[in-house]
Design a protein around this ligand. Structure first.
Ligand code: ADP
Ligand code: MG
Length: 345
């Protein structure tokens, strides 16, 4: 097992800064997820770790050793891509074996490793098949087995589940967690899917426009987002935002006055954004809440619950609720312990 550290990595393509001063450290055996919208620099960051791209500046360290200029083939990394990259004209066995043959391992060693890797991802019975005889999920396993057979120090995965249909994705996700916990291999996993990140990660790095916005456990980034971007990117349905002004001892949001004890002195008189998640508002009284009267505009039925859209003046709040209120007039109970205050407007 190996730790991976990025120090101030910058990578530019002509006028685009794909990776903008990125630093983080992934511990031995950790499952680390890079999460962010399409184009935010996740793949470029992963390719720099693999040695497939050279950064313009900054350093990559494996176990404290500078590998910034070490070629990809000498980094002992296993990679799984979105497009599986299985070779159609080769049987599963050979698909897994090829990188080992290139590495010039003995036939016996190759056979041992291919079989062990196939066992780990439950495709031992498929070694004689061709890719066209496999389902999407099975092809994905072949790609994972190939990376594992390499016995890498580090496993890098770039949206490996995105070609699977929704149900299979949930299954494969659970299997990946189990496998990684068994193997305890240092893993860096890229995704734009927040649920995947929350389920898989020991820690998540949220990226936007080439920069790291926040690094933390799934719990930390959900409960203590450091800015609006992170708050909005994590959680479904998305968090509600509304504007407020900081006064001495409270925040005034017009329809809602929020008592607030420890307001930093510099903030008084400033405009802020207040965030509250749809599941932290209720239509029946809850403890430590502030009641607010509103009008039900729409109730979206999700089957087991509703997303209520409730208008309060010109603000519309989304509320996640088991029940749909009988009348248009509703009282919302906003959990005041769950309010997020952002000093950005
Ligand atoms: P992500 O994986 O998060 O979708 P990428 O790392 O692929 O993001 O891309 C980050 C940015 O860098 C994007 O704006 C993308 O268009 C640009 N980019 C990536 N690779 C190249 C390249 N080889 N040449 C030019 N621009 C690139
Ligand atoms: Mg990508």
């Amino acid at each position: 097992m190996v730790s991976v550290e990025l120090q101030n990595i910058v990578k530019k393509y002509r006028n685009v800064t794909a990776v903008d001063n990125v630093s983080f450290k992934v511990d031995h055996g950790e499952f680390f997820v890079l999460l962010g919208p399409s184009g935010c620099g996740k793949t470029t960051t992963l390719r720099i770790i693999a040695g497939l791209e050279t950064p313009d500046s900054g350093r990559v360290l494996f176990d404290g050793r500078d590998v910034t200029n070490v070629p990809a083939k000498n980094r002992n990394i296993g990679m799984v891509f979105q497009s599986y990259a299985v070779w159609p004209h080769m049987k599963v066995y050979d698909n897994i074996a090829l990188p080992l043959q290139i590495k010039k391992l003995s036939r016996e060693e190759i056979e041992k490793r291919v079989k062990a890797a196939a066992q780990m991802v439950n495709i031992a019975h498929l070694l004689d098949r061709y890719p066209f005889q496999l389902s999407g999920g099975e092809k994905q396993r072949v790609a994972v087995a190939r990376a594992l057979a390499f016995e890498p120090n580090i496993l890098l995965m770039d949206e490996p589940l995105s070609n699977l249909d929704a149900l299979l994705r949930v299954q494969a996700r659970a299997e990946l967690v189990k496998l990684q916990k068994e193997l305890k291999i240092t893993t860096i996993y890229v995704t734009h899917d927040q649920t995947e990140a929350m389920v898989l990660a020991d820690r998540v790095a949220v990226m936007n426009k080439g920069r790291i916005m926040q690094i933390g456990t799934p719990d930390e980034i959900y409960n203590r987002p450091v800015n609006r971007f992170v708050a909005h990117f994590i959680g479904t349905p998305p968090i509600n935002f509304f504007a407020g002004t900081v006064e001495e001892g409270y925040i005034n949001a017009g329809f809602l006055v929020i008592p607030f004890k420890n307001i930093p002195p510099g903030l008084v008189g400033k405009k802020v954004t207040i965030g509250i998640r749809p599941n932290d508002i209720s239509i029946s009284p809850i403890e430590q809440s502030i009641p607010v009267k509103g009008k039900l505009v729409v109730a979206e039925n999700l089957g087991s619950e509703f997303i209520l859209h409730v208008a309060i003046g010109d603000v519309v709040l989304r509320v996640l609720s088991k029940n749909k209120p009988a009348k248009e007039e509703v009282t919302l109970y906003v959990d005041k312990t769950k309010l997020h205050i952002f000093s950005e407007e």
